[in-house]
Design a protein around this ligand. Structure first.
Ligand code: BTN
Length: 279
């Protein structure tokens, strides 16, 4: 195992030397420790920062996950960052931001490693059944313009099994654990930002059918029997059937078998919730 510690190299200067993007990450704020990069990004939005500004921290004291969960953020090993997207998007495109982010992250990680990644709807980043990373998108309304979107990305990179709390050890993974080799966090970040820029361009060009096709082919939720906890608390069971043009997950409720291919069946569209893959 090649254990080269590269934590000292998390600097704006080094990131700038690696970037190939036009806008994403061109303004960056790098910290040793923050409460949460998303919370700090929110403060920067109030001050007014350019589209694509990036906040990175070497550790987070109160990293936040979806559905009010915490995001375990030990120092010096993983990637914790938030992008600030100020270019206006129509309300119909907003649900696609987390999905387009998941795609960009998966493509970026794959192009830096020999690993295959998939996405659990809406935007858990998985290797096999284990969670490699997550995305937390938060919108801030500003006057009459479209909202500013903060895209928080957490990826387990050089964490070892013992870096995770006991309750995550069976379900979380890192790039180091998967390939027995450390990854340079800033090289990975620069690659992710370039893939994210491509993914967001599809969004701004309104090419949702293309994004949808790419997402469908990476989404390991499709075809699974799932349990969904809706935001209001209602549980649903069924088969994950498709992703709609609105980014919703379409579920065939309570069916004991998946439908035969090509059959038109009634589905329920789920816009947000916690999905568990049963089989
Ligand atoms: C999830 O899967 O629940 C989403 C996790 C998102 C974690 C990232 S780490 C960087 C950014 N700052 C935060 O506080 N959360 C996100």
């Amino acid at each position: 195992m090649n254990l080269v510690h590269e934590r000292s190299s998390l600097t704006t200067q080094r990131l700038n030397s690696l970037l190939t993007t036009s806008l994403l990450g061109r303004t960056s704020y790098v910290y040793h420790q923050l409460s949460s990069t998303n919370s700090h990004a929110r403060k920067l939005v109030e001050q007014g920062v350019p589209h694509g500004s990036l906040v990175i921290a070497d550790s987070q004291m109160c990293g936040r996950g979806r559905l009010n969960r915490t995001w375990h953020s030990p120092e010096g090993v993983n990637l914790y960052c938030s992008l600030i997207l100020t270019h206006a998007l129509s309300p119909a495109l907003l649900p696609w931001v987390p999905l387009a982010t998941g795609l960009g992250v998966a493509e970026g990680v794959e192009s830096c490693t020999s690993l295959a990644l998939c996405l659990k709807w809406p935007n858990d980043i998985l290797i096999g059944k284990k969670k490699l990373g997550g995305i937390l998108c938060e919108s801030i309304r500003q006057g009459t313009q479209g909202p500013v979107v903060i895209v928080g990305i957490g990826i387990n990179i050089n964490a070892q099994q013992s870096d995770f709390p006991a309750e995550l050890q069976g379900t979380a993974t890192s790039l180091l654990m998967e390939q027995n080799e450390e990854v340079d966090r800033l090289i990975l970040l620069a690659t992710l930002l370039s893939k994210l820029e491509e993914s967001y361009q599809l969004l701004h060009m309104n090419t949702i059918p293309t994004l949808r096709r790419l997402y469908q082919s990476r989404c390991s939720t499709l075809g699974c029997q799932i349990h969904v906890q809706l935001a209001g608390g209602t549980p649903l069971n069924g088969w994950a059937y498709d992703i709609g043009l609105d980014g919703a997950l379409h579920l065939i409720q309570d069916a004991s078998e998946p439908p035969p291919a090509g059959k038109n069946v009634p589905t329920i569209g789920i816009r947000s919730g916690d999905v568990i893959h049963l089989r």
